[in-house]
Design a protein around this ligand. Structure first.
Ligand SMILES: C[S@@+](CC[C@H](N)C(=O)[O-])C[C@H]1O[C@@H](n2cnc3c(N)ncnc32)[C@H](O)[C@@H]1O
Ligand SMILES: O=C(O)C(=O)C[C@]1(C(=O)O)C=C[C@@H](O)C=C1
Length: 245
């Protein structure tokens, strides 16, 4: 399945529809996320490095909101005998492409088996895991359901297991929020997005994506029962946190 360049918001839309992970987005997502999230490729690669340190043999590694499988591709390279990757997404369109992408993977080195699950991560039937990754997905979960989701993740992590949570970040300091937002828009402009695309994408995300501050994430992760919370990556207004059960 060929990916296409992201031109979804290039023409005037009236009204601008709420952003949804549908066929149109899935078709351009590979391009969209690289041009929208600064440091994305480096982040995904480093997630593989962090996960490899904590993955336990004969355990599960979860990728929650797997989209096209970028994180799953990193998790399946991990050398942990008997481990399995469970890649979850509630978008059939995303999973269809993820399945096709996985089929193309070279078979020239041993890879962990992957199970694709179409489900709402809020309704997931959990099995004990050593690694859970939720990469730019929690921000699409209703804020009042985020703590209970993190508590369920914590309860299903083995001792010493980890959650790697990456999110777009909001800043409580107004000048920081304004500066990093502008720098993010500069990043999008450099990636070839027009002012119309930037404005329409922002409107489309308005009702479906609610970023939190780093402080809110840290407090909520401790409240969910994690013993250690380590912010380890930030690029402009996008960051990632490693939390240890
Ligand atoms: C920004 S994308 C995640 C990017 C992906 N993790 C990566 O690193 O390339 C958000 C994904 O979460 C999925 N998603 C959003 N809400 C979900 C839910 N409640 N249950 C399962 N998947 C969900 C969307 O379909 C979408 O594929
Ligand atoms: O904040 C934005 O403008 C974004 O495009 C961010 C973001 C994300 O963080 O998930 C939003 C939608 C797409 O999934 C790609 C990137």
């Amino acid at each position: 399945m060929t990916d296409q360049p992201d031109r979804l918001f290039a023409k005037p839309l009236n009204p601008v529809p709420d952003f949804a992970f549908n066929q149109d987005v899935a078709r351009v997502f590979n391009d969209m996320i690289r041009r929208s999230v600064p440091g994305y490729l480096l982040l995904v690669e480093q997630i593989g490095l962090l996960a490899a340190r904590f993955a336990k043999p004969n355990s599960l590694l979860y990728d929650l909101g797997c989209s096209l499988g970028a994180v799953t591709f990193e998790l399946r390279k991990i050398k942990a005998s008997g481990a399995r990757v469970i890649a979850v997404d509630n978008s059939a369109a995303m999973l269809e492409r993820c399945r096709a992408n996985l089929a193309f993977t070279a078979k020239d080195h041993p890879l962990l088996p992957v199970e694709l699950v179409q489900a709402d991560i809020l309704q997931l039937k959990w099995q004990p895991a050593s690694v859970v990754v939720i990469n730019f997905t929690l921000q699409f979960i209703p804020p009042d359901q985020r703590l209970s989701l993190l508590q369920r993740i914590r309860q299903n992590l083995m001792p010493g297991g980890v959650l790697i949570l990456s999110e777009k970040l909001r800043f409580t300091d107004e000048s920081t929020e304004q500066l990093l937002t502008e720098l993010h828009l500069d990043f999008k402009r450099k990636g070839g997005y027009s002012e119309l695309e930037i404005a329409q994408k922002r409107d489309a995300l308005e009702n479906v994506m609610q970023p939190d501050s780093l402080q809110t994430h840290q407090q909520r992760l401790l409240q969910a029962g994690f013993s250690q919370v380590h912010p380890w990556f930030q690029c402009l207004n996008f960051g990632s946190i490693l939390s240890v059960a």
